[in-house]
Ligand binder design. Structure first.
Ligand SMILES: [Zn+2]
Length: 185
């Protein structure tokens, strides 16, 4: 009888062990980011942006750039200014072809955009402002706000920062843009 009890206890503890091992393995899989399908809501960079905090888009842009070894930490004069842009424009890159970064945002329009559209708009305007990128490169810099599927947006961001889709404004275009910015102020 004693022998059976010991055997029973042994079996019990054994099965307990293997059970806790299984649950540990399962929780490991759950915590593994690779096993998770990423989207705008759980992406480590995009999930931190907040439409009410416009500067959070700068933080995201800097982190996205860093993924492709583009260092933007040297830029200190970065501002997002809420402004009425006339009813149909959500954002303007007002620091294009200048050393500073100044993005004007019509918050009434901006807040009604989807998360994908908000990210696209901000990355697009920052592309103009920080890199003097023109619309000719297409992709992220193609004109008009678009709502992009998460994976496609990731591809466009990559193609932008790696230079695959990137055409800078010419000096003449920049001169023209600087005049426009001056007149606008
Ligand atoms: Zn544009």
């Amino acid at each position: 009888m004693k022998k059976i009890l010991i055997l029973f206890l042994f079996v019990l503890s054994c099965s307990k062990d293997s059970e806790s091992q299984t649950s540990e393995t399962l929780s490991n899989i759950k915590d593994d980011p690779v096993a998770e399908t990423l989207d705008y809501n759980n992406d480590p960079i995009y999930s931190k942006v907040k439409p009410i905090l416009l500067s959070s888009y700068w933080d995201a842009f800097v982190l996205s750039a860093a993924l492709y070894d583009v260092d933007l930490s040297y830029l200190e004069d970065v501002k997002f200014v809420p402004q009425d842009l006339g009813g149909s424009t959500a954002g303007i890159a007002n620091g294009s072809c200048l050393d500073n970064v100044l993005i004007l945002v019509d918050e009434t329009i901006f807040r009604n955009l989807s998360t994908g559209e908000q990210l696209f708009l901000m990355y697009h305007e920052l592309g103009h402002d920080v890199f003097n990128a023109s619309h000719d490169g297409g992709g992220l810099m193609a004109p008009n706000v678009r709502s992009l599927d998460y994976d496609l947006f990731q591809t466009e961001v990559k193609d932008f920062f790696t230079g695959a889709d990137f055409i800078q404004w010419t000096d003449e275009e920049c001169e023209y843009i600087r005049e426009l910015v001056k007149d606008g102020n």
